[in-house]
Ligand binder design. Sequence first.
Ligand SMILES: NC(=O)c1ccc[n+]([C@@H]2O[C@H](COP(=O)([O-])OP(=O)(O)OC[C@H]3O[C@@H](n4cnc5c(N)ncnc54)[C@H](O)[C@@H]3O)[C@@H](O)[C@H]2O)c1
Ligand SMILES: [Zn+2]
Length: 374
Amino acid sequence: MTSGTLTTRLNVDLGTRAYNIEIGTGLIAAAGAKVRDLLPTPRVFVITDTNVADHWLEKLTTSLDDNAIRFAVKVLAPGEQTKSMAQVEELTHWLLDQGVDRKSTLIALGGGVIGDLTGFVAAITLRGIPFIQIPTTLLAQVDSSVGGKTGIDTRHGKNLVGAFHQPLLVLADTGALDTLHRRQLLAGYAEVVKYGLINDPEFFEWCEVNGQAVIDGDPASRRRAVEVSCRAKAAIVANDERETGDRALLNLGHTFGHAIEAEAGFGDQLLHGEAVAIGSLCAFELSRRLELCTGQDVERVRAHMTAVGLPTGLDGIAGPGWTADVIHGHMARDKKTEDGRMTFILARGIGKSFISRDVAMDTLNDLLSDILPK
Ligand SMILES: NC(=O)c1ccc[n+]([C@@H]2O[C@H](COP(=O)([O-])OP(=O)(O)OC[C@H]3O[C@@H](n4cnc5c(N)ncnc54)[C@H](O)[C@@H]3O)[C@@H](O)[C@H]2O)c1
Ligand SMILES: [Zn+2]
């Protein structure tokens, strides 16, 4: 229990690298007490961005102070461009200037950008120091803060330089979502729905009933959505930490999604989660055309995305050149391609997804032509 409200604790079972995920409200204000006993030494470096700092930094630093934890803070510009090599250089120099040592711990207070960057800096500074994730977007709470993938973008593409580095602890304070823009919240919600679509049909049903409450801010619904999502991700990661097998299921909607995002320019035009919503629908529609699932399944996915306000197609999204060939080209360049064969996550129904490497290119190209804006 924290501040009179319920907190759920999950464990990510990775042997010596196992760690807990705590989910609930009031966790940022309670962070000092929660992390104190985990820290090798009571010294932390907090990395955040200006948007998050405005709302949540003081709560965190007060709780560190209250628990006699020494800290220094770095507030970065918000946005994907912060996940860069230049920023890694700047941060590592800042840490070394401050006298970071192997027992110091980094705290990532922010969305996936801050989490991925901080985790990567923790992985390489002094060949690896501990870090703690305090994710503040829904996407970061249900996806990027769990699993240990860290990294940055390069001019060759997103997330092409990185490391696997597991955190000491994840504190998912669902109260942080109260200050998040609704569009960002919805984009994160697309990843929540994804877990239902992958292997949990009951959870998809729960989303159909409770999705709106998650978005509107009901604390119990938010806690449950984050909990089920983290549990699903943790289970998949525990079985396949380095993505040699089933971890690829987490890419449901992402083969299409990444291609659409790449063409839209990885900016405000189309958020990652919005691309995942469209991509998930594409994955189901492709599955239907391959006679794996029914048209009813596709319509259920479409109806839920539409009901909560997520996009389900490219209409109204200005891509510089939406053609089937261009989208196909992005898909073929995806780093998940193996020996030139694209990997698809297909479905035999809602919650019955599987990995496939043999989709006929004619079927794919017909689908890509059909999803172009009319
Ligand atoms: N490591 C992984 O496994 C993994 C998985 C999925 C995505 N990612 C990465 O995550 C990144 C996207 O993460 P994101 O969607 O969280 O984006 P983000 O970190 O850019 O956050 C989105 C926006 O919300 C603001 N914000 C964050 N928390 C807020 C709050 N509580 N109140 C008000 N504003 C807030 C941020 O400043 C930013 O402007 C991408 O770089 C993606 O590659 C990584
Ligand atoms: Zn995603």
